[in-house]
Write a protein of this length. Sequence first.
Length: 526
Amino acid sequence: MGLPPRLAFQFLSAPAIPRAQVEEVSRRLSQRLPELHHGLLPAQPTVAVTIEEDPRPVLRLRRSHLAGYYYHARGGAQQRGPAAVASLGFRYGGFDIDPTQRASRVELFQAGKLFAITRRQGKEKQARKRLADVGLRDARAVLPTLDYRHAADFTLSDQGDWFDFLAQHAGQLRSEGYEILVDDDFPYRLADSSGDFDAALESSGIDWFELELGIDIDGERQDLAPHVAALVSAPGFTPDRLRQLADKGERFYLPLADGRQLALAADRFLPLVLALHGLHLSGSLDGSKKIRLSQAEIVPLLGVENERFVFRGADNLRRLANLLQLRGLAAPDLPPTFRATLRPYQAQGVAWLDLLRESGLGGVLADDMGLGKTIQVLALIALEKQRGRLTKPVLVVAPTSLMTNWSAEKFAPDLKVLVLQGPTRKEKFPAIAEHDLVLTTYPLIARDREVLLTREWHVAVLDEAQTVKNPDAATTRWLREVKAAHRFCLTGTPMENHLGELWSIMSFVMPGYLGDKPRSRANGAP
């Protein structure tokens, strides 16, 4: 401008000149300024362009200027959080009117033109009333410690209700013509999602599955399972609040790792949470925070399926659940060559073992000594051979003193039995595949494990299974690695001392059924 700094500062700091007084101000300044600077004098304004439009409400959501945090109610509990406010402005023909302005007529310069806006106070009043209808109140009346910058702002009486506002009312307001702007520092943020999720079960090893809950967030497919796991495994979590929301048909807000919340229909989400909460997930989370479940834990989950919610990848498990519900324990017809008449309880035991075999489950046959546990297993093996399913041998591990009990010639002469005992047993290893039943002892597992535990077996049976009651013993750990399609244990003392021994036996029969050892202790085992 070529003016001294002090004079330039005075010009720039001067108040705006009302349009009606421009001519008089220009005249007086011309009397004081040298003619050299008359080019700086304000010119007579052009005719204003009148904007005749209804205002568009613009609602801006942002964090408040507050020296502290507010406690708000959420699910009956007090939660500490920041306060948020909403500022209401109005847009006339591309011009945003500051909500603090009270003038009914506003003149604005842009691109060398003058624009005149006559505010439509009735429309603006209706817009404010609509905000009151959705629960927004005068911010400083609700939060008295807000500073002067929030004199014209609004807020909610309960700060926790901002999630409901975003999920329910924001969309309604947009459909009515409101523009809603959300500042980056707004503390209550919802993830962009329809809230519809599906579930899949992916096999991740022997008898283990990973639960995946797929949902679209911000246009990308993400796994919800880690967030659900964090929710239900959190100390003190109960599903009571979720039940209340489901009864009212309301939404539940699931916290995400980035601080946002995800709105889900509580009535659809509740059955899954109840099922997972009942499984005590704290021991089912691996390092990636995925939900890891055993086959037996998944069966109860299938009970939450309905026409809108089905687990993908669970066809075999669904068949298992139906089988366990529909099939009884009718005594099977034994092969004509089987030379024993089973007592009723023994026939029922064979039917039970056969049901477990068909279901892909293992089992523990626990009964007093001398009641015929061995003959029930021999009957099952004879049935499998008659059906043509004994394409691989059956491995029986027993104490040395009980090896003679497994002499099958007396009851099942069709079974080819191989006894691996004594110094010449290694010479018999090549003949294993030619036999139906292979017998060995617990002490020999340590010496022969490279042969016996690396090949595949149709069935693996532990006789006097209390021998593996110590889960940390070397023999117990080696036997868990046996490769068998079906696993059974026989014992006359299933729970003689404490639940830890039962856990050890079950860890062989059905890996993962009782979780890992620390989790089993948390659920009652020593």
